[in-house]
Design a protein around this ligand. Structure first.
Ligand code: NAD
Length: 488
């Protein structure tokens, strides 16, 4: 482990492949390969943290905590605002690096995804600073709820929206007064590394925001079991969520997990079928590597033919290709291992006789492309209906009435999101209430208000983030109770 000034050029941007610990770049002796999904070639050799690097980072966060906490929300606000400004000023550099590293469409990254990171820091700083402690009188006492910063927090993020999700979690943690150790996913760590440069440029006190790179089972596992942490916040798969939850529980550390999804996309006969079909075809965006995607198309039986005709026309118009090109609408999958995982689902579906209506094979566009795939399952118990594929794979089923739509929607172990298309207000309310999920969108998708609660039900997660829910999570809530008339 040594201090370093290593840089690699990624999409024309100089990025550090090393950790960011206590305000310094630190290199490990061991590295791992990071490939670009655009051409499956290695873009960088990344420092691989073990227990030693993790320990250094958590200790830095632990030592920096008292002063950061003592600043209070108003004292922390300028740092977070400065970081937001720097993200905006570096929008196109961050977008280029993330595009090279995980292949999200360059135009989406430039137009909205990176900017959302800046909004996260600004909004949470403002929200924390505007918090009004709730107070009331009862039983002859004056009561007040206070938020106390919890301590050093571990933040572990997945590869599919690495920059946005890392800012979504570190912003409330920092605004609430926690210090942070972020471990981004090993398949797309580079935009978060660039974030480390911006944290340094924003002159955060050393140790407030640390980043360790590494493979989940080793660096991530060492991080989440560290005894000096006071919070663990995770976004990723249910399998990893379970492992991390166990480690957090051993240290009695509060833990929040935003996990996988298998969202229903419900279309009623009274809906604008054209709009519904267009949005359904949009579930292939980012090659289906979106936790919130509505991957189970559930369509009223009377609208089946019209919906499918329009849906296929919309999918035919998709362009698989280089995610830097303006015309491209579907990008490659993240990694050869992930491509194999997606293929495994399709092979098993084929073997068990599911009807593969379109796709079901690799695309010749490039090494990691997979054709948008639609499957009509023989049964609702089919693996491809019940388990998250996290690729460009949708299933299609019909229903006869509202009760059946809700029953199908709620028939998996997941409960992250739901999408409903209808023109009836009453129906929107009934189905919205009936679907078991953290968020239900009606006639729209992916619109998010940062102050609303966000999280999953069942294997889709534990806890809620977003707005005050996140600030509460990163705080210890205290009740101050003073006997009436006893103080002046
Ligand atoms: P993953 O669970 O494999 O990895 C997520 C992170 O956990 C990575 O940083 C990884 O290095 C780390 N990790 C792995 N094993 C670990 C361990 N034992 N201890 C500590 N850390 C460990 O998930 P992924 O493949 O990166 O992401 C895809 C999954 O994330 C999908 O299930 C998707 O639905 C989910 N996801 C959920 C949301 C949400 O908001 N609910 C958002 C995006 C992605």
């Amino acid at each position: 482990m040594t201090e370093t000034t290593n840089r690699v050029s990624v999409a024309g941007v100089e990025v550090s492949p090393d950790h960011f610990i206590n305000g310094e770049r630190v290199a490990s002796e061991r590295t791992f390969e990071d490939i670009s999904p655009i051409n499956a070639e290695v873009v960088a050799e990344i420092s691989h943290a073990g227990r030693e690097e993790v320990d250094l980072a958590v200790n830095a966060a632990h030592d920096a905590f008292p002063e950061w906490a003592a600043l209070g929300p108003a004292g922390r606000l300028p740092y977070l605002h400065r970081l937001a400004e720097l993200i905006e000023a570096n929008n196109d550099r961050l977008a280029a690096v993330e595009n090279a590293d995980m292949a999200m469409l360059l135009r989406s990254l430039k137009a909205r995804v990176i900017g959302r990171g800046a909004r996260n820091y600004r909004s949470y700083a403002d929200l924390a600073a505007s918090y009004e402690e709730r107070d009331w009188r009862s039983q002859g006492t004056w009561n007040r709820v206070q938020r106390m910063p919890a301590g050093p927090a571990a933040v572990i993020t997945p590869w599919n929206a690495p920059f946005m999700l890392s800012t979504w979690k570190t912003a409330p943690a920092l605004a609430a007064g926690c210090t942070v150790v972020l471990k981004p996913a090993e398949w797309s760590p580079l935009s978060c590394s660039l974030l480390g440069d911006l944290v340094a440029e924003a002159e955060f006190p050393p140790g407030v925001f640390n980043i360790v790179q590494g493979i989940g089972g080793e660096a991530g596992a060492a991080l989440v079991s560290h005894p000096l942490l006071r919070r663990v916040s995770f976004t990723g798969s249910p399998e990893t969520g379970r492992l991390i939850g166990v480690e957090a529980a051993k240290n009695l550390v509060p833990f929040t997990a935003e996990l996988g999804g298998k969202g229903p996309f419900i279309v009623f006969e009274d809906a604008d079928i054209g709009a519904a079909a267009k949005k359904a075809a949009g579930q292939y965006d980012d090659a289906g590597q979106v936790c919130l995607a509505g991957t189970r198309l559930l369509v009223h039986e009377s609208a089946r033919d019209e919906f499918l005709e329009r849906f296929h026309a919309e999918v035919d118009a998709h362009v698989l290709g280089d995610p830097r090109e303006e015309a491209t609408t579907i990008s490659p999958l993240i990694h050869p291992d992930h491509l194999e995982r997606v293929e495994g689902f399709i092979e098993r579906a084929r073997e068990s006789g599911e009807n593969i209506v379109r796709g079901g094979c690799r695309s010749e566009v490039g090494p990691l492309f997979y054709e948008p795939t639609l499957i009509e399952p023989t049964s609702n118990d089919a693996e491809v209906v019940q388990n998250e594929v996290f690729g460009p794979v949708l299933t299609f089923q019909t229903f006869a009435d509202e009760d059946e739509a809700i029953a199908l929607a709620n028939s998996t172990a997941y409960g992250l999101s739901g999408i409903v298309y209808t023109s009836s207000m009453g129906r929107a309310e009934r189905i919205g209430r009936g679907v078991r999920a953290g968020v239900v969108w009606v006639n729209t998708f992916l619109v998010r208000d940062l102050t609303s609660p966000f999280g999953g039900i069942g294997v889709s997660g534990i806890g809620r983030e977003g707005g005050d829910f996140a600030l509460d999570f990163y705080s210890d809530l205290k009740t101050l109770q003073i006997l009436d008339g006893s103080v002046r």
